[in-house]
Structures are given as structure tokens and as C-alpha cells.
Ligand binder design. Sequence first.
Ligand SMILES: [Zn+2]
Length: 444
Amino acid sequence: MGQESVCPETSYWKVMKTAVDGDRLVLHLIPIRAWVSCPLCGGPSRRLHSRYRRRVMDLPWFSWPVQLIIRARRFFCDSPGCERRIFVEPFPKALSRYARQTQRTRDSLLELAHCSSAELAARVTRLLGFVTSSDSLLRLQCREHFSLVPPRVLGVDEFALRKGRTNGTLLADLERRVPVDLFEGIAAGDLTAWLQGHPQVEVLARDRAWAYRLAGQTALPEAQQVADRFHLVHNISSALKDFLHSRRWNVPESAGEPRSSSLQSRGTRAMRGRWEGVRRRKDSGLSLSAIAGELGLNRKTVSKYMASDLPPEYAGHPPQPSKVRPWLPYLGRRWAEGCHNARTLYREVVEQGYSGSGRHIRKAVQPWRNGSSRPVRSGPLPKMLVLRPYRGLKTSEKRMLAPFLQANPLLTQGHRLKEWFHEIVGQGEVEGLDAWSHEAARRG
Ligand SMILES: [Zn+2]
């Protein structure tokens, strides 16, 4: 391998030494230009101030991460009238001032991140030998967007930087709908510092966190602060949720089990009766034809019932928990023998090694019971239906919700206020807000 072929920019540096350090290749580079230009005034300088070591990552070499250690230099600027006295040697197009990787590395990473997600790109690039993470790719993308055009309308939001472990602040350009920056922490100070560096921000859209509000007031007192639409809708929904949980609600008379289930159990009951008849006659030694003749049943049905240890059910019966399933033939046999007591059945299967709960046994035999003697229990309040946008509900869900709203006038008021609010926000009807707040206050 010719050393020059791996050096990122041969007009700036030359490779002094290559080495292997643990899991990476290390290239030691020294700058070779005799004259460099001051980045402020552009004047040339060759008067050296000092040297320091700069470590950056370059493109990987056959899946090996490559690190550059550059003997970077500082120079004096001697141009009369230039404010900069000392400057760091710039490497235009190859390495920017604070970058931790070369420009060509950044370009490749960005290209990959743009093609997919930061998460996916991080996985692929690590395989290729890049040293990176999804967070740093996201940050790279943010900086790239931000360097193009400074945002006028800025959205500020809190988010989980490393799933649940660190909270961070995400800044987005709401006009262009792109992320512009993100940093760790949700403190007012961090955002204040950021905003002070970006005075062009005119509108600051944020959630209702006090820290963000404070930062906006401190750094950009002139900027207009708005609570963004998402958080407004979110707030009203959580207010309704608290209200829902704050008291017990009436359950309407008619809101029992769905009608289809009683039809189903009646159908099943007739089928079960026939099955029990077949099983009894089989146990007493009757032949298939004799049973079919005696009960007036089709031979196919009789053969099916003779072979089955379980009472027949309509298709679509909810699946049994996996711990119960192996015991169903035994339970069915005992049921046919006349043992209809769930607790007895439970004790019997436990003795034989069943490790599930008694509740599951009770539920498993429930559909086999003759005409339920237990009172029909009313369903609970369908809270999710109250919280979801009414517009998005299916007709059957609306029908289910209606009796609950009818039985609870107070809940109806809350529900109507939420729906009204969604409408105002959804259509951007700012005038409607006054009427809404007035009504909401009146209703308490
Ligand atoms: Zn200068």
C-alpha cells in the first residue's frame, strides 16, 4: 500500500508513520505547507506560534477504523488591521475546524444516513468500520441542515436521547420541517445559549415546559412564543383523561354483553346437548348407526361427536390460554360425566400437574355451562372511545359510546369540550378559542 494513497489530502499533509493501535489503523500526518492563509483576513503567514496534536477519524480501510493524528499548527497573523492575532491552520474542504472526522468521512456518513434512518445507518457504518452511533449521525444531519438556512420559526421539544436514559432537546425548523440541532439536557440554560446565538428566530413554538419558556424570555424577549398544536391537543386529551379517572361513572342498563354472545351460547347449548347425548350413548356401547337413528342425527355429525372429547363450539370462540389447552380434553370428559364445578375441576387438574390459574379453568368451561345462572355484568366505561377523536370512531364504536354519554351528562360536557377544541385547533380557527374558554370556564 502506497502511503500517499491513504492520505486524505496530499497537498496539506504527508504520512510520517503508520501504526496499528488495538482495533484501528493510525496514520501520523504532518502538515507540509510553508505558507498558510489567515481565515479572517486571508493574509499569508509562515510565523509559527505552536503545535498540537489533533485526532480525527478518516474513512475506514477494509473495515478497519482509520484514525489520523495530525501535528496541527497555530500561526500568527501579522497583517496590519487584522483582529486575529493567532489562528489555527485551516484545511479547507478536507477538515473543518472542530470536526472529529474528515470531510470525506462526514460526506459518506451523511449519504448513508439520508438513505435510511440514523439507527439503520449507524449499524451499517459500524460494519464498514466507521466509528459512530445513531446519536452522532442525527447530530451530523442536524448540523448539515442548520448550516444551510437559519430557522425563522423554531420548534423546541423534549425527547429521549438514549431510550429513556437521557433526555435531550430537539430543535426543528418548522417552516422547512427539518431538525436543526439537538443537545443533551432540557435545562433552560442550554436553550438560552443556543437562542442567543440565533437571533433570527422570530417564532418559538414549544411545549408548556417552564424551562423552555424561560429560555425564550431570556434570550429572545422579542420573539413570539406559542404553544404548538400537538401539545395543545395533547394537553386537552390529558385533561379529559384526568377527569375520566377522577370519579366513578354510571353504567347504562343496556350496556351488558353484546347480543351476539347470548345467541352464540344458545346455539352452542343445543350443539352441546347433542354432543352429550352422543357421548352417553357411546359410553353405554351403542353403535354409530344406532346413535344416529335414535337421535335423528346425520352420521357424519355423530362420528365427529364420538371422536371429540370436547363439547362443540361455534368457530370464533376466543383461544384458550396455552396452559389450559392441554387440559381441555380432560375437562371436557369430566364435564360430560357431569362434573360442572370449576373449583373441583381446577383441583383435579392441579393434582395432575396443571400450573395455571383457577380463573382460566373457570373461563374455559364457562361456554359449556347451561343457561347462565349468573347475572349479566355490565361492561366497563369504554375510556379509550371517550378519548379518541369522535370523527375517527367506527359506527359500531359510536353506538357503543352513545349510551355511556347519555348516562353521564357531566362526561358528555367534557367530551363535547374536547371535540370542540380539536375542531378549533384542527381548522386553525383562532377566533373560536375565546368562546371555547368562556364555555369551558362556565362548565367548570
Ligand atoms: Zn488575519
